[in-house]
Ligand binder design. Sequence first.
Ligand code: HEM
Length: 489
Amino acid sequence: MHNNVFIDYYVYDYSDNLYHCNLFYTFWQRQGIKANYWPNFGWMRKPLHEFIQEEAKKRGNIFGIYGIGQRALILNDPKMVREISIKELHKFPIRFGGYMGKTSMVHSLFMMPANDDWKRIRTIVSPAFTSGKLKAMITPINRILDNFVRNLDKHGESGEMFDVKIYTSALTMDVIASCAYGIEVDSISESDHPLVKHAQRILSLDVSITQAICFVMPFFGKLLNLDPFDRKSAKYFDDLTFKIIDERLKMRNQQSKDLIGLMVEQTLNDQSESNEVDKNERKLKGISREEIAGQGIIFFLAGYDTTNVTLCHTIYYLIKHPEWQDKLYDELCAQDSPLDYESLRSLPVLNGVICETLRLKPPLITIQRTAHEDTTLLNTGIKIPAETSIIFHPHIIHRMPEYFPDPESFKPERFIGENSMESSNAYMPFGIGNRLCVGMRFAQNELRAAIAQLILHYRLIPDPNLKLEYFRGNVILSPKQMMIRIAKR
Ligand code: HEM
């Protein structure tokens, strides 16, 4: 088995004792797996979910693909994907085969291979997302939601059509800025705030040439010393994090509420508060400053657009299905206690609507696991050389009728009651196995609170003409805009 896809053109294959002289890539075909003979860049020309849907229709659930110097196996089989993500993660520890550059982002959980360093950092990061910590975050989230609702007032009164994505983007940006960095910003009225500007540069949606080179031709990305993410903006967030770390190290008996502060606290837990260590001698233990900075940026990168597009899609489905909007409004009005973290979690219609939205529109279209050494795929005998990726698509798996009958229909009842499909092997909007989204509960909390406030204050006017258009080539299922009408309740 040879590892280099470049020499796929002319190769001696030990498995069949033959020289192969190929005009095209044939690695997968020689194993009896369907594949194109050349890299297909169709994903750059159209929205990725449309491209993968067309490919899945043509080739089925398992097929091979090639990039320039890369190869991957598309594996839209939930049982196999689960096994790889749990039992076989040690064989497939790398998320991306691409070149990730040199910013602190390479230290982030998302970009790291699942090795001992990843485990160490995940152990420090996870406690920041426990229910006790999330309960405390509802206060800043509610303040930002008040602003969100106030900003919509003029549209509720005028009844004119407007792009609600401008407001959901601002809402999710302000929530991450506050909950990750403790910075209060109103990105609608303070659009020139450096945090907003730098976050937008890091998050820019369309695929840039630099990103395309780093992800599709990682070898050249490294050779040319490119960075897929804006270096200046990454440095801005690094400096912000270092400042917060210095402040928190000096603090005593004051609990942090933001994620960076909570990570710092986690490393200090074993440095007893009662001993007489000088404030300035308190040090981070088990994690470096750069590693904390990397997590901060990834909270923006992994948490901002995913949550934003889920809000937009939930609004979309509530407009298309006014009967569910009415049920949701009735459920919210029937609550006599304040809508806090616990009560929002227990509302069946609210949660059913959000889960079903995430089934039909999982924000991350592609999830990847990459082999770090030559291996075989479970018990199939399929050879997977080192650096080859297994790719699966929640967008395709969530539409398999054997797991979700009548898959194209919006049916929140799938997720309501005892037989909720939330625990189905095939339901994976937040990923699967040990690399499951670390911010899942944070995102669910924010989504529940935002949808509840929106529906309590406004009626979304049904619109049969509402259509979604998506950005091309992006791994996030992101509508370009969401033109809607609302009326004040
Ligand atoms: C609706 C919102 C969100 C969705 C749908 C989502 C989805 C995902 C998915 C699919 C993965 C990959 C999981 C896998 O490989 O199996 C992931 C990983 C991750 N997400 Fe999220 N995410 C959301 C919000 C957030 C938020 C708000 C944060 C942080 C504040 C966050 C932080 C992360 C991180 C750090 C990882 C990498 C985890 C690891 O590899 O250890 N996500 N997310």
